[in-house]
Ligand binder design. Sequence first.
Ligand code: SAM
Length: 292
Amino acid sequence: MDNLSNIGVIKDVLERHNFTFSKALGQNFLINPSVCPKIAEMGNAKKGFGVIEIGTGIGVLTNELAKRADKVVAIEIDDRLLPVLEETLAEYDNVKVINADVMKTDLHKIIDEEFKGLDVAVCANLPYYITSPILMMLLEERLPIKSVTVMVQKEAAARLCAPMGTRDMGAVTVAVNYFSTPKILFNVSRGSFMPSPNVDSCVMRFDINEKTPEGVTDEKFFFRVARGAFSQRRKTLANSVSSSMKIDKAYVLEAISKSGLKADVRPEKLSMEELISFSENLLSAVNSKGQQ
Ligand code: SAM
């Protein structure tokens, strides 16, 4: 639908379909006509690319992606939006809408089946209630993608692009720094959404790095350690990891010491190299003592 960025048209579509917003699903739809073209252009929606969109809403961003990319696969959890999307995306034959929870979707399979011969990018105005889990999943799955371009809450952006070893960091910061180069592209005011949220937002792009840091022998274990380390803020690394991963504290302290760190080090003080060294030493301790 050509004029879908017009607020009058959006209201008319929503009213005709008796649509009511679900707060639980993070439904704040974009109504500022300048934002979606910018996300599409800066998010690699172009010839030669297939784009995965997460959370279509009524399809305002999907329209802009479909105009520019070779193909779009859009994943939307709310089946009440399917009849709306049939109307708003009717003119595009390069869009496939999948009614599913993105966290339970096999994105490798979608990329293999739908984007043969194309480069792939992800673009989304993310539901805020699961920003970090979605981002971590997109990165840790090692999908063959070039970039992830997403709208996030402004305060989440600080954590997402925090360098390692700084106060703002969390487990998602580790994943972001491990797999990508993050960049804040532009700010979006709360008035650009319907209903308007209590916070401003910004659009970020994560360019996927060709190489990941060296020294990790078991990536799944490394990210379990990262999650464990940041699961209880304000606790020491030893306490957080031993209680969340249920590993004897003596083994955790041994791994900390072997990595040349102080026994009471806090997770947010660690550099990437230190976290990798700690994770590797912990893995050896756990394997040699048969504990996990
Ligand atoms: N892209 C639209 C826009 O910009 O107007 C909608 C963005 S809205 C912030 C987030 C969308 O994600 C909603 O349509 C919501 O139903 C959908 N959503 C929420 N959780 C989801 C999940 N787990 N998997 C797929 N879609 C989800």
